[in-house]
Design a binder for this molecule. Structure first.
Ligand SMILES: Nc1ncnc2c1ncn2[C@@H]1O[C@H](COP(=O)(O)OP(=O)(O)OP(=O)(O)O)[C@@H](O)[C@H]1O
Ligand SMILES: [Mg+2]
Length: 244
């Protein structure tokens, strides 16, 4: 089993509301296996812009509810764009919207993922709006779903695609940032990071990745270079970060 997250920073331009990168997604889809695959995608500018505006992470207030619906609509729009491309590439993907699957605060029931994988489908889930037992409303990040899927399936390889080459020792936008090619999950990483998105950005991501590394070999690769994904899938060396 292979678990892959197409990060919102790759599939969209995070600086521009709802700017989809169709060709990038098509190129990524072109190197993916057509079975024994679990897919997650992030929100990028389809999710984070409005989630920030409506302060969704601070929980329910009546004035936010239309905004919450709008984000759900935008995420489904993004999901449909990706689903169409996957099917054109002959990947039998089926969407699983988290907000209809579980209420946050409860353990997500992963039964449907097992059921459809056994039928040779490829589940496609995504960072989403979600209802929350105590906060009322919340954002369910793609990274959180990655952790649950990894725990459940213990995939051989787990790949996170972002818009940079991997994990760096500091924000890759800063001069002198160096790519970390191997990160040991038991060693506290020496990276300084800035929070760039509503679900915590890279610091939260690294924390999740270190947890997933208990179950799976974790890679962070640049989604603009799908040939690197192919190499990892073929067991070859490439540019990126591996967390062991
Ligand atoms: N130390 C670091 N190493 C790697 N990337 C970093 C670091 N610090 C900050 N970043 C930034 O983190 C971004 C990736 O995290 P981000 O959560 O924005 O992406 P994503 O997971 O693709 O998006 P989404 O959450 O929408 O799915 C990169 O664009 C990169 O510039
Ligand atoms: Mg993120």
């Amino acid at each position: 089993m292979i678990l892959i997250k197409m990060g919102g920073s790759v599939i969209s331009d995070k600086g521009k509301y709802k700017k989809f990168r169709e060709e990038t997604v098509r190129r990524i889809a072109g190197v993916l296996p057509k079975e024994k695959l679990l897919l997650v995608h992030g929100g990028g500018s389809f999710g984070h812009v409005l989630a920030h505006k409506y302060r969704i992470r601070e929980g329910y207030e009546k004035w936010k509810i239309l905004g919450f619906s709008e984000i759900g609509r935008d995420m489904e729009e993004l999901n449909l764009k990706i689903l169409k491309i996957l099917i054109e590439e002959k990947i039998p993907a089926v969407s699983i919207p988290p907000h209809a699957l579980f209420i946050m605060g409860d353990e997500p029931n992963m039964d449907i993922f097992h059921f459809i994988v056994d039928l040779n489908f490829v589940p496609l889930t995504f960072g989403d709006i979600i209802f929350h037992r105590s906060k009322g409303i919340e954002i369910c990040s793609g990274d959180y779903l990655m952790l649950h899927l990894a725990r459940e399936f213990k995939p051989e390889k787990t790949i996170f695609l972002t818009d940079v080459d991997g994990i760096y020792d500091k924000d890759p936008g800063e001069p002198g940032a160096k790519l970390i090619s191997v990160l040991e999950r038991n060693v506290e990483p020496e990276t300084s990071t800035k929070v760039k998105d509503v679900t915590g950005g890279i610091a939260y991501k690294i924390e999740i990745m270190r947890k997933i590394a208990r179950y799976s070999k974790v890679y962070v690769l640049n989604g603009f270079h799908p040939e690197r994904v192919k190499k990892v899938l073929d067991g070859e060396e490439t540019i990126g970060t591996v967390i062991i």
